[in-house]
Design a protein around this ligand. Structure first.
Ligand code: IPE
Ligand code: IPE
Ligand code: MG
Length: 250
């Protein structure tokens, strides 16, 4: 993509449902884990591309609350890959200004993965070029219920008045607190559903679905998604003419 052609059209925040590793492997008569390994290389390339083009927030759906239901061996393999990924990327993240966060139920992860995650989060906390949010044991409904419980506790204790609950306050109780909502959601591998991903935060995101499976989703595919995004008109409930006028005046 030619970034100079679309100076204002780069999304600040991109979220990706990285789907299709298993089918990619099965087509090659290989075990599903082979697909997850190839998918880890696509993660590296997506992070690198995001950083290079100047995206400020990248949120990757790596493991859902529902994914715990998969065969034990696949879950174990995925956790191992995750640990390797974190170990191998720590220096790269520090050198390239990438700050890691985890969205999800960290306490459900195996100890060694959680330990590695905590280390990378701590060691990259001052990095400021790109915020990389890895969604692990993540489910949007669990996230929102957690937020509601915390808000309710504050109301019961008197710290908060129910009238003070608004969009901003609710957002501040989610994992994504302090970060803008995604502008663009990408889902690979043909499925057109949200699978319990960022249901609140994606309210006004542009949706991009591609048949390309995640292991084949590399730099060029990412740039094609950004190119398509650049051509979309975001109206936020206004008319096309109003949106156009807002664009010109900003
Ligand atoms: C996405 O690929 C990775 C995870 C959900 C962990 P899948 O493993 O869902 O691949 P398919 O959808 O079975 O092909
Ligand atoms: C969604 O993919 C979760 C991740 C990409 C981590 P799934 O492959 O688990 O989604 P469904 O169950 O097919 O909707
Ligand atoms: Mg899938």
């Amino acid at each position: 993509m030619d970034e100079t052609r679309y100076p204002d059209s780069l999304p600040q925040h991109v979220a990706i449902i990285m789907d299709g590793n298993g089918r990619w492997a099965q087509q090659r008569h290989r075990p599903r884990l082979f697909g997850h390994k190839a998918g880890a290389d696509s993660v590296r390339e997506a992070v690198e591309t995001a950083r290079e083009v100047g995206i400020r927030h990248l949120t990757l759906y790596a493991f859902s609350t529902e994914n715990w239901q998969r065969p034990g061996l696949e879950v174990k393999g995925l956790m191992g890959l995750l640990k390797n990924y974190l170990q191998s990327e720590l220096d790269n993240m520090k050198n390239n200004g990438i700050r890691l966060a985890c969205f999800g139920q960290k306490d459900r992860l195996p100890d060694e993965v959680r330990g590695m995650l905590d280390q990378v989060i701590a060691e990259t906390k001052l990095c400021s070029k790109l915020r990389l949010n890895l969604c692990l044991s993540y489910g949007s409904r669990a996230e929102m219920i957690g937020a509601m419980q915390e808000i309710s506790r504050k109301c019961v204790s008197g710290e908060l008045n129910p009238e003070e609950i608004d969009d901003q306050l609710f957002s501040d109780h989610l994992y994504s607190t302090g970060q803008p909502d995604p502008d663009l959601l990408i889902r690979t591998s043909g499925e057109q559903r949200l699978s319990n991903f960022l249901l609140w935060q994606l309210s006004y995101a542009e949706l991009y679905f591609t048949d390309v499976p995640w292991p084949d989703f590399r730099r060029d595919q990412f740039l094609a998604a950004l190119e398509e995004y650049a051509g979309r008109q975001r109206r936020f409930g206004k008319t096309g003419a109003q949106a156009e006028a807002a664009c010109v005046s900003s």
